[in-house]
Design a protein around this ligand. Sequence first.
Ligand code: PLP
Length: 389
Amino acid sequence: MKKRTRLGHSGRNPFENHGIVNPPVNHASTILFPTVDELLNRYKSGDYQKTMTYGIRGTPGVFGFLDSIAELEGGDRCIAYPSGLSAITGALLSFLKPGDHVLVTDSAYEPTRNFADGLAYRLGIETTYYDPLIGADIASLIQPNTKVVLTESPGSWTFEVQDIPAIAKAAHAANCVVMLDNTWSGGLYYAAFDHGVDISIQAATKYICGHSDVMLGTVVCKESHFKPLYDTWNQLGLSVAPDDIYLVHRGLRTMEVRLERHQINALKIAKWLEAHPAVDRVLYPALESDPGHELWKRDFTGASGLMGFVLKSKSREGLAAMLENMALYGMGYSWGGFESLLIPTFPRKFRTATTWEDKGQCMRLHAGLEDVDDLIDDLSAGLDRYMKY
Ligand SMILES: Cc1ncc(COP(=O)(O)O)c(C=O)c1O
């Protein structure tokens, strides 16, 4: 069956739930056992992730969601975390210990860097940032103590497409675990495991949820990598509320149709921006002019709604005139919801392995589900205001 079919049917079994279409929401901390034997032997049979023992480890509606996401991404197992960031940090902590070394793409989501430079550093874990376009040359940065290579493709601020198969090949030759922040693709447009990834991470807060109202992270892996992930998750007590899981599972059912519209809108906006006199360049891999386009075409099956663009100039007053008067685009540090967003970004500030050469103001735009002509009209008026400065 095609993925779009499965998205509507995965992770639910109505006739185990009184015929109700959607999985149940069970509010539970305590779970009772009818006999001493069942109490003491609770893990003796079945799947330990899905054995009902205590609310922190999940309930049937949660387990259904985990099945859906594992299926979406083509993995064996999923673990849910209270945010995308905790999914990234939880995954890293599962495979790193004091004295280890991790390679992190220079294009990583900034709080991922904060963790690497903060808590991971304090725990004695060393980080080297690498050029996202490094490809097979990642081999030259691998040390005897390198355990993990973290990728993010495309980078959610700067949109470089990484050659994940080449990176994974070199990393696996040195027994490193390859992790991918796969949020941009929604897990739908990038089949992480077919490209050599071991651990696919998403901020389900974004496209899977799709409605800007829940924080959630997911990590998907094959059975081979599950135990360290689960043990760390369990030891950290990173439980997720069943209501949040329910909402995000509901979002998943429509993700494919939403992403299709995000993509149509984003591509039209990107092409329009590319021809605009105030714009220097557009960072969106689905555009033929994007330096990552060939890799994107080779590895991805679609593009989502998030892009960057660089203005020809830099003006704080111009930014305020544009952004504070947009009719449809909000200013906010997220994306993946139904609504359009536009913010200034400052990639130069947090790069260390590479330099960001563009002189003009960098922007990040999320194309929402509104009518694309309305979005372009709003953007056009905004850029007119910007150009007055
Ligand atoms: C690429 C990427 N990964 C991870 C995250 C973190 O997700 P959350 O906000 O759910 O912690 C974000 C959030 O903006 C993101 O953009």
